[in-house]
Design a protein around this ligand. Structure first.
Ligand code: R7I
Ligand code: MG
Ligand code: MG
Ligand code: MG
Length: 351
């Protein structure tokens, strides 16, 4: 059982890396045509193709910080994680970060990490960011907490997101993405039921989105945004006619807001578990990335989040090697997955 988990841990981090690297060339560009994307994947899959690697972006840069902090600290330590984000950003600022999150890094540094949560809380006139930057980096938490209680997983994902994303939609998007990776990790292979997968997430998000006394939402604002989005995912799955890209964009969204990208990534994973018109991919993992990218918009982030979920379900064994080798720092993703796995295993045996 431990070995099966090892393949899934690797699949998750490598899947996230691949979605980021392979999706990044399309981020914010007009939606790529079906022919263009079929050619793109065919070419990358050619074992004779020698191309320089595709660089990762902020999504992976931050995910690596999350993984390394959990490994080094053997748990979530807010100060350490915040310091890693800041150090990473100032070392390589040109990885394509969101335009507002960079202010959080600057204030964290200027205030010497005195209160690591307050700079994020000041974003957007005190409402906090609802960008998808918390969600895009959360996968290592699902791995680290894979045997923890649901509450522990939810709380850790939320706290980690709060370092940069204090808006309820921002951190709840991270919680949902974390729950989706966790659900995938625990779904027996060849046993994915798309409807049940989404229904389980709806059940969990109903608890998460229940308002508590700390939650600030505007009058008339919908409190169950993610539950509603997941219900839309169910509707899209149940509709008999084929769903076109415009419908997905209109109903789920494909942009840098957490609530307009996390449900889309989850939908990409479940939808790609069976064939999709105009997508030439036998391999379900590859089909997931291909489909996520085909939706356009925030392609690196949506493909990365979908890739983490798909990788956690299908495992490393299912990920085409020819595609892997195009991604920057592939071996480090594998190494971090193994370290996260042995940290958890050790914790379990010494407990
Ligand atoms: O969320 P974040 O880290 O950005 C991640 C995205 C991914 O697509 C990456 O691949 C990278 O390209 O960026 O960074 P933030 O700056 O916190 O949020 C991103 C953007 O979301 C902001 O620059 C705003 O345009 C938008 N946004 C908001 N707009 C209005 N009001 C986020 N929160 C708000 C808001 O409250
Ligand atoms: Mg990016
Ligand atoms: Mg951006
Ligand atoms: Mg992006």
């Amino acid at each position: 059982a431990v070995e099966v988990m090892a393949g899934r841990f690797r699949g998750c981090l490598v899947g996230g890396l691949m979605g980021d690297c392979l999706g990044a060339p399309f981020e914010g560009e007009p939606r790529a045509s079906p022919t263009m994307l079929n050619t793109y994947f065919k070419r990358l899959n050619d074992p004779n193709l020698k191309v320089p690697y595709k660089p990762y972006t902020d999504d992976t840069a931050m995910m690596r910080c999350v993984a390394l902090s959990l490994i080094e600290e053997k748990g979530y330590v807010a100060q350490d994680m915040a310091k890693r984000f800041v150090k990473e950003f100032f070392a390589e600022p040109k990885r394509g970060y969101g335009s507002n999150v960079v202010d959080v890094f600057a204030v964290l540094r200027a205030t010497k990490f005195r209160d690591v949560y307050s700079p994020a809380a000041m974003q957007f006139n005190g409402r906090g960011s609802y960008g998808n930057g918390g969600a895009m980096r959360v996968a290592p938490i699902a791995l680290f907490c894979h045997a923890s209680t649901e509450q522990e997983l939810v709380d850790t994902a939320k706290d980690m997101a709060l370092l940069t994303h204090a808006n309820r939609l921002g951190y709840n998007g991270a919680v949902l993405q974390c729950l989706a990776v966790h659900e995938a990790l625990h779904t027996p292979k060849n046993d994915l039921n798309c409807v049940i997968f989404i229904e389980n997430l709806i059940k969990k998000m109903k608890k998460v989105e229940q308002l508590t006394k700390d939650d600030i939402i505007d009058e008339g604002e919908e409190p169950f945004v993610y539950v509603k989005k997941l219900e839309k995912v169910l509707e899209l799955l149940e509709r008999k006619e084929s769903i076109d890209r415009d419908q997905v964009e209109d109903e789920l969204g494909v942009n840098i807001s957490a609530h307009e990208s996390v449900p889309t990534a989850i939908y990409s994973f479940v939808r790609a578990s069976y064939p999709i018109p105009n997508i030439e991919a036998e391999n379900e993992f590859q089909r997931t990335l291909h489909y996520a990218i085909s939706l356009g918009g925030d392609t690196d982030t949506i493909a990365s989040m979908a890739g983490s979920i798909a990788g956690a379900y299908y495992g490393m064994e299912k990920i085409p090697e020819n595609l892997q080798r195009h991604c920057e720092a592939l071996s480090e993703a594998v190494e971090q997955a193994d370290q996260l796995n042995s940290t958890c295993v050790k914790d379990r045996t010494t407990a």
